[in-house]
Design a protein around this ligand. Sequence first.
Ligand SMILES: [Zn+2]
Length: 283
Amino acid sequence: MSAVSRRGGMAVLVFDPDDAGYLSELADYVAIPSVSRDAAPEVMRSAAEWLVDQLSFAHGHLVETAGHPVVMGEWLGAEGAPTVLIYGHYDVQPPGDRNEWKSDPFSLTVDGEMMRGRGSTDDKGPVYIVLKVAQAFIDQEGRLPLNVKFLFEGEEEIGSPHLPAFVAEHVALLGADLVISADGAMWRPDEPSLSIGSKGLLSMDLVVTGADGDLHSGRYGGVVANPVHALCEIIAGLHRPDGSVAVAGFYDGIETLSDERRREIAAVSFDEQEFLEGLGLQQ
Ligand SMILES: [Zn+2]
């Protein structure tokens, strides 16, 4: 069983890890192979509908988009309290080479302290935690302390191609005082974390063309530029030796980190040696 307790000003869900109900329920969700890159639309829809069922306390429903549907829900019974919008996604990355998995990627497997299954950490597990905390709170207290809206999309792993249009069309419905993404990692298992900034992502196709046919290396090498060399030079020119981005204008409008923020970052516990060893790297 789970229960909500209060520590200081915080509500804490006391979670019994042996509660097979939670694990088998999460296993049902992980078992849906909702790989947005290539799954059949009905598979994606079944993952979305699984979430709708979980959102019965918040009028969960599907909203169609030009791609996979968005799952919405809201519980707005805390009059006068702020409204929080929780974001998450129900799609997952492709499992890749099955031979590299120790167990079936779509079968949730508990291995000591490790839980293995595609999407169990990104983002099915984190969304599941949010839903169970809200549900446990309602079961115990009869209400939530805040107004909460839910937005779960099915295309995060392919760059959210239809989310901007969805947001533009539903601005009023999505209005909130604060947006929290339930799509992120904890700093470490015993240290919860709240990320307040994220990196962006940019992709492009760059085509470098050279002569219209293969050139003899002895006759033309060193005379005509090889497109591969030109491409290497362009890519290497994107960064400076210190790792900063060398593209003109890239940092325009970006605030420089204050000393205070640098101190805060430096205060986060981090063992560089352990970090490198965990990646199989030597210092
Ligand atoms: Zn994610």
